[in-house]
Write a protein that binds this ligand. Structure first.
Ligand SMILES: NC(=O)c1ccc[n+]([C@@H]2O[C@H](COP(=O)([O-])OP(=O)(O)OC[C@H]3O[C@@H](n4cnc5c(N)ncnc54)[C@H](O)[C@@H]3O)[C@@H](O)[C@H]2O)c1
Length: 436
């Protein structure tokens, strides 16, 4: 009799394996579509019926996932979505891509992962492969997911297979996507690692096997902590340069001509998105359980977390230069998303800047071609078209996010007071432009 492992790997190889993805957001939908493109019959699961309905209607709601792909895979019957978790029962491979936010106390909130795993455990069948992709602290797969799946008496790595594979997708990146970003896999045992590597090997260009789920979990946290700490460093250098009257942007541009040993990071209004502001705290939380204090992470968190306040201070300085106060001024923000060319406002520092300015008595409006409306307290703000915003003559403008869609030539030549947190107006030398 062939083993469940051999059967699974054979069915993956021949694309007969049915694959499911739980959580169809920025990570899950692109992955679901790549599995379909690789030739698998795929089912997406989400508690949000608006998403499952959209997919079944052949529509994409993630900018990086072409509409045509969802439409054609769904029309061919190879791709479908549902909120009915009992349908997990018929699948051979299941990928979990649900959110892993922080609680207010900055402790990990694994409740979404636990709910998803509960659904998997309820329908777990012999021979199934389960992969966690959500970013989390080292030990989650072994200590949280595995015990939930062994409750039925199945032996891991023999009766079912469990692995962790960090998602490294960078929404809005025109060069790197789910298919060409190398995939790390680490299983609870050799058979699990191999089964997960077979599934991704059929789907993405490069797969790297590591020896455990903990290593795979730690890889992702090292990558994102590296970014958070380096951004913290460069933000501190930017504050230092401001005091010393040195242009930090010119320093970075010159430093990056060194062909080795230097990698440019840029200052900005603060961290945003679902990864860099959050993931390092998953690591420091877990390290603390082992009696280890992650000093770099805490320090970078403090420096990066203070950047929105620093931007507001710059706005006050800019207004002061024309004898105006923040209180009563009209301040207009360009770009509310946390990074260029996407509409994701999760943890966006522009939201903190909006809040801090409002608290100081400023009237705030915004332009963001990717964010049509924003809820701020009891108010709904609407994006004002760029030309209208400039014509309205705000007391100060702030470039929070440097979307390519903005017309920087018009913005730069407007003569208005500007705080530029991204060096988007780098070629302009007017004294009305205050650079971070
Ligand atoms: N967005 C990124 O750029 C990115 C990059 C790498 C890794 N990650 C990580 O990937 C994970 C997912 O992030 P995302 O950005 O795709 O989140 P998202 O919020 O865009 O999508 C998550 C989806 O999961 C659904 N969901 C929540 N609980 C569920 C449940 N019990 N069953 C079924 N569906 C459920 C939500 O409705 C939502 O549609 C997180 O751990 C994140 O840290 C994100």
């Amino acid at each position: 009799m062939t083993s469940p492992h051999a059967t699974l790997v054979e069915r993956i190889g021949t694309r007969k394996a049915r694959v499911g993805v739980i959580g169809l957001g920025y990570v899950g939908l692109p992955l679901l579509v790549e599995f379909a493109r690789a030739g698998f019959d795929v089912t997406g699961f989400d508690v949000d019926r608006a998403k499952t309905d959209a997919i079944n209607a052949g529509k994409s709601y993630i900018p990086d996932v072409p509409q045509a792909d969802v439409a054609s895979f769904s029309a061919s019957g190879r791709l479908r979505a549902t909120a009915d978790m009992s349908q997990l029962a018929g699948l051979e491979a299941i990928d979990i891509c649900v959110p892993t936010p922080l609680r207010k106390t900055k402790d990990p909130d694994l409740s979404y992962v636990v709910h998803a795993v509960e659904a998997v455990a309820a329908t777990l069948t012999r021979g199934q492969l389960v992969i966690l992709e959500s970013t989390t602290y080292p030990g989650t797969t072994d200590e949280v997911v595995l015990p939930m799946l062994t409750a039925k008496g199945f032996t891991p790595d023999v009766d079912f297979f469990l692995a962790f594979s960090p998602e490294r997708v960078d929404p809005g990146n025109p060069r790197f996507n789910t298919k060409n970003i190398p995939k790390i896999v680490g299983g609870v045992g050799r058979a699990s690692t191999e089964a997960a590597a077979a599934l991704y090997g059929a789907t993405v260009e490069h797969v790297i096997q590591v020896t455990s789920t903990r290593v795979a979990e730690m890889v992702k946290l090292l990558e994102n902590t590296f970014r958070a700490v380096n951004i913290g460093l460069v933000n501190e250098i930017a504050l230092m340069c401001h005091k010393m009257d040195i242009d930090v942007w010119e320093v970075i541009d010159a430093a990056k001509t060194k062909p080795f040993g230097f990698m440019p990071f840029y200052p900005g209004p603060g961290l945003g998105g679902h990864c860099i502001p959050i993931d390092p705290f998953y690591l420091s939380w877990k390290a603390r359980q082992s009696g280890f204090e992650c000093r770099f992470i805490e320090l970078a968190g403090q420096v990066n977390g203070a950047m929105p306040e620093y931007v507001v201070q710059l706005v006050a300085e800019a207004l002061n230069s024309v004898r105006k106060a923040l209180n009563g001024s009209r301040v207009h923000l360009f770009g509310m998303a946390y990074k260029p060319n996407v509409g994701d406002v999760r943890e966006s520092p522009a939201l903190d800047i909006l809040e801090l300015l409002t608290r100081q008595g400023a009237t705030v409006s915004y332009t963001d071609p990717y964010v049509a409306t924003l809820t701020h307290g009891s108010e709904t703000l609407r994006s004002v078209p760029q030309a209208e915003a400039i014509a309205a003559g705000a007391d100060c403008y702030v470039i929070c996010t440097n979307h390519d869609a903005f017309d920087y030539t018009t913005i730069g030549s407007s003569g208005a007071l500007f705080v530029d947190t991204r060096n988007a107006l780098k070629d302009r030398t007017e004294p009305t432009i205050f650079r971070l």
